[in-house]
Design a protein around this ligand. Structure first.
Ligand code: ACO
Length: 437
């Protein structure tokens, strides 16, 4: 018998099946042959929230959650954060290799020349209510781009795909910055092609009446590092949404709007916003023990702690903490930092968090950095979505080229009523749950 197989005995029938094990997985479809009789549909797996299901083969990002390892295309995140720029990392994620000097020059040129938005997109954004949440504006405006670029529906044309990803990478910061400016009531700022990717983003966020925006180099470097750390994170909730929508061959703008919408949830990318609100609610280091007591009693959740995959330490957090120190040297000191440090100190010694392997995640400190840069909490998830754009499109490109993929369509276990007779309205009685509804 070959070694890489699994033998399954169905105790309902006494039959034995041998299924191959490949890359530490068995194909769920091989279970379908396991039936109690010809009428039986066949065995399925039940995996709410995909806790133990691989949905694709991917060569983009590797994570070992137990060891706290994160690599893009084989390169450790620590090395990339130290040595590369964000656009260099984006190139790596798309094309699988770090660019040569000439390749990077062309790449940066192309992205830079796709930062402008069509004037009608600007008008579209002007239509949002004055206090709209910037993330809502970001999601909707990304979706609206598919009306500006209907050619994006040609998802099987490789050249066309490349054009759309350059557009997305170029325009994501412009849309993000305009969402912010709209929210605070400032006029929109057009891109400046002389500046680097992050400097230009800062220009569009913060330029006021000065003739030329000059970015603080510590802050632009910090932003570049944060962007690298957020660029991709394999099959997380938002990326899974990108792949699911992309699997129907929808255009990348529609798929990316869906991915960004998934990111907007407080259990995912909006956790950074929730962390800041939590720190404000705690107010001072003296209140930390009481807050943690409520967390342990299940009355609160410690936002910015815990991760579905990392059960050791989020390697991005170590880099973020160092970056935070550098940012706090050049920005006014935020008293909430003391609350965060005290929370981290006590939680890391507490049996509740130790036994559940709950450690700070990337969102625990990123919000404090963005706040130090004077951004409101409502912008934090947008600051996550901008760099994650490259991960989403890299994963989408991989999906589109993957011959093994089909339209995403999970199964269900139906637990509703069996077939029943239709009741005319006069014969119906209100069901208990519906009373007062
Ligand atoms: N605070 C308090 N308790 C927690 C936390 C937390 N932040 N996270 C998990 N737990 C507890 C759960 O209550 C559970 O306890 P139990 O075994 O007594 O029931 C145990 O730890 C396991 O937690 P699960 O919810 O099963 O873990 P899961 O992998 O489903 O959740 C998640 C991961 C959603 C990230 C969770 O840890 C969480 O809600 N964290 C706070 C939100 C957050 O920071 N999200 C950002 C994640 S990073 C990102 O998306 C970019």
């Amino acid at each position: 018998m070959p070694e890489n197989t699994l033998t399954i005995t169905d105790n309902r029938t006494g039959k034995t099946y041998t299924v191959p094990i490949e890359d530490g997985t068995i194909r769920a479809m091989t279970l379908r042959q396991i039936k109690t009789g010809p009428e039986d549909f066949g065995l399925m797996t039940f995996d709410p929230a995909f806790m133990n299901t691989a949905s694709c083969r991917s060569s983009i990002t590797f994570i070992d959650g137990d060891l706290g390892i994160l690599r893009y295309r084989g390169y450790p995140i620590e090395v990339l954060a130290e040595r590369c720029t964000y656009l260099e990392v984006a190139y790596l994620l798309f094309f699988g290799e770090l660019p040569t000097a000439a390749e990077l020059k062309n790449w940066v040129h192309d992205i830079t020349h796709h930062t402008m938005l069509h004037e009608t997109t600007k008008k579209y954004m002007e239509g949002f209510r004055y206090d709209s949440h910037p993330m809502v504006m970001f999601v909707s405006t990304i979706a609206a781009l598919s009306s500006v670029y209907p050619d994006a529906r040609q998802v099987h044309d490789a050249e066309n795909r490349l054009l759309q990803i350059k557009r997305l990478l170029g325009k994501a910061p412009s849309i993000a910055a305009m969402s912010y400016r709209h929210n605070v009531g400032f006029p929109y700022v057009y891109p400046d092609n002389d500046l680097s990717y992050t400097e230009n983003f800062m220009n569009m966020l913060w330029r006021m009446v000065e003739p030329k925006y000059v970015a603080n180099p510590v802050l632009s470097k910090a932003l570049d590092i944060l962007f690298i750390l957020h660029a991709d994170h394999e099959q997380n909730c938002g990326t899974n949404a990108m792949r699911v929508i992309g699997s129907s061959q929808a255009d990348p703008y529609s798929a990316l709007a869906g991915a960004a919408a998934a990111l907007y949830g407080p259990l995912h990318g909006a956790a950074n916003e929730a962390v800041l609100r939590m720190l404000e609610q705690i107010g001072s280091p003296a209140n930390v023990p009481g807050f943690l007591r409520r967390v342990k009693a299940g009355e609160e959740r410690l936002m910015g702690f815990g991760h579905r995959v990392y059960k050791n330490y989020d390697p991005r957090c170590r880099i973020i903490k160092r970056t935070a120190d550098e940012v706090f040297q050049v920005t006014p000191r935020n008293p909430l930092l003391d609350v965060a440090l005290e929370l981290e100190r006590i939680a890391l010694q507490d049996e509740y968090f130790i036994s559940r392997k709950l450690y700070p995640n990337v969102d625990f400190y990123s919000g404090l950095i963005y706040r130090a840069m004077n951004l409101p909490a409502s912008m934090f998830t947008v600051m996550f979505a901008v760099p994650r754009t490259c991960g989403w499109v890299a994963q989408w490109m991989e999906l589109v080229a993957d011959q093994e993929q089909k339209i995403s369509r999970p199964r269900q276990i139906y637990i509703g009523s069996p077939t029943r007779d239709y009741l005319p309205m006069a014969a119906r009685e209100a069901a208990p749950a519906a009373v007062g509804a």
